[in-house]
Design a protein around this ligand. Structure first.
Ligand code: HEM
Length: 423
């Protein structure tokens, strides 16, 4: 009997109920690393589960293309996306070479390590503020770490960079949740008619960003919003939908991913308290801990590619037009690359995880994601005295950007003055 027809790998409901299908990926890596899937509700695809095969595919962007789509769509989403304003936004992550390089250059200067370090004030203040909020009720309490803590940190950082006023932060959060978690009934846009709901969503996003774009064209400040609003490709300004698309992709690509890494990281620390103690004892090694959190949580579960010609991957004959789905979460547990891949170790070294992808489309925001996680992790390592689970964690109903939507914890944190006193 076949190991899987792919349903468990791509159905959001499966993830919501069981979490990511690590047991199936482990079998696939051993028995069928390039595995033909014909799922019930999605297009057929090849499941790519080995680290080496994902590198081979990602580093040949002319042969394995992103333009036809990076996400497997089910029937309803496909119809909705085709008709919505979202489909008109050509976004960097779905543009192939040679144009891709030009589009990436528009904003790459904002994401270099040096440029991101210049944001440390914003990033560290945000981390302090969210932990202060935990400390506000005498330092002890219960919260949902996902919705009360982790969500606020990348939201504040990205909103600041994109010029979204504080009072509009809840709007952008709601809208982007609706774009990415459109499968999850708790997060998706309300409305019986899913296609109409997606159309309205496109319009609302347009309205939100258009005001900021017009303002930064008139008064550029050098922030990310100004860079995007005034971006040139091949000497010509980006079109209106391309500009909006750029705002949207940086926000959506950056927000849920970072949030899910933070929540999954906290879950891993609850299960492995000694690992948080290691960070506390050696804060100078925090960067390694962040890499392990990204490997462990793999918030971007997969990316899709489409073969532009016949090819062979892992000994399997791939036909022109076939879809290949690269499961980063599987590659990040590949026994051929990682010692004890199912152990969470903050000092793992080397750690050649593929959580940020690899090759042409390597995560543009990786430095920002690392710096944001670093700041919150250091703040927690300094001030979180203890924490434990206070209820059942709940997984988002999605197989694309994956993670926990609820993580109830009970905790005790040091107040600001106490932590300063503690050095
Ligand atoms: C832990 C957090 C994050 C993870 C796990 C993550 C993961 C990824 C992955 C796997 C890709 C590769 C896509 C591909 O090969 O097709 C990617 C691309 C991208 N990411 Fe991230 N990301 C994170 C945070 C961010 C942040 C904070 C930003 C920006 C603010 C961002 C912006 C982007 C963009 C724009 C791309 C497309 C790059 C291109 O097409 O050249 N990401 N990300």
């Amino acid at each position: 009997m076949a190991i899987t027809n792919g349903d468990e790998l791509v159905e959001g409901e499966y993830y919501a109920e069981h979490g990511p299908p690590h047991d199936i990926w482990t079998r696939l890596r051993h028995e069928s690393p390039v595995h033909r899937c014909e799922p019930t509700r999605f297009e057929p695809f090849w499941a790519i589960t080995k680290h080496a095969d994902i590198i081979e595919i990602s580093t040949q962007p002319e042969l394995f293309r992103s333009e036809p789509g990076i996400v497997l769509l089910d029937n309803i989403q496909e119809a909705a996306i085709e008709t919505s304003a979202l489909s008109m936004m050509r976004v960097i992550i779905m543009i192939d070479p040679p144009e891709h390089c030009e589009v990436r250059k528009v904003s790459s200067q904002v994401f270099t390590p040096k440029a991101v370090r210049a944001l440390d004030d914003v990033i560290e203040r945000s981390a302090r503020e969210v932990v202060d909020q935990l400390a506000s009720e005498g330092g002890e309490g219960e919260c949902d770490f996902a919705t009360d803590v982790a969500v606020a940190h990348p939201l504040r950082i990205l909103s600041t960079m994109l010029g979204i006023p504080r009072e509009q932060e809840p709007d952008i959060l709601r809208l982007t949740n609706q774009v990415f978690a459109s499968e999850d009934p708790e997060l998706q846009r309300e409305g019986e008619d899913r296609i109409r709901a997606m159309l309205e969503l496109g319009q609302e996003l347009y309205q939100l960003f258009d005001g900021i774009i017009q303002d930064r064209r008139a008064n550029p400040t050098g922030d990310l919003a100004s860079v995007l609003a005034n971006g040139l490709v091949g000497g010509s300004p980006l079109g209106p939908m391309e500009t909006i698309g750029y705002f949207l992709i940086t926000f959506t690509a950056g927000h849920d991913t970072t949030k899910n890494a933070l929540v999954g990281g906290m879950r891993a620390f609850l299960d492995n308290p000694d690992e948080l103690a290691k960070v506390r004892a050696h804060p100078e090694r925090v960067e390694k801990a962040v890499e392990e959190i990204v490997r462990w949580t793999s918030p971007v579960n997969y990316m899709k590619r489409t073969a532009a010609a016949d090819a062979v991957i892992g000994g399997k004959q791939i036909a022109e037009g076939d879809s290949l789905v690269m499961f980063y979460a599987s590659a990040n547990r590949d026994e051929a690359v990682f010692d004890d891949p199912f152990d969470f170790r903050v000092d793992r070294d080397p750690n050649r995880h593929l959580g940020f992808g690899i090759g042409e489309h390597f995560c543009l925001g990786a430095n920002l994601a690392r710096r944001s996680q670093r700041a919150l992790l250091l703040e927690l390592a300094r001030r979180l005295e203890w924490a434990e689970l206070a209820g059942e964690p709940e997984q988002i109903q999605s197989s694309f950007v994956v993670g926990l939507k609820h993580l109830p914890i009970r905790y005790r944190v040091l107040s600001v003055s106490a932590s300063v006193g503690a050095g």
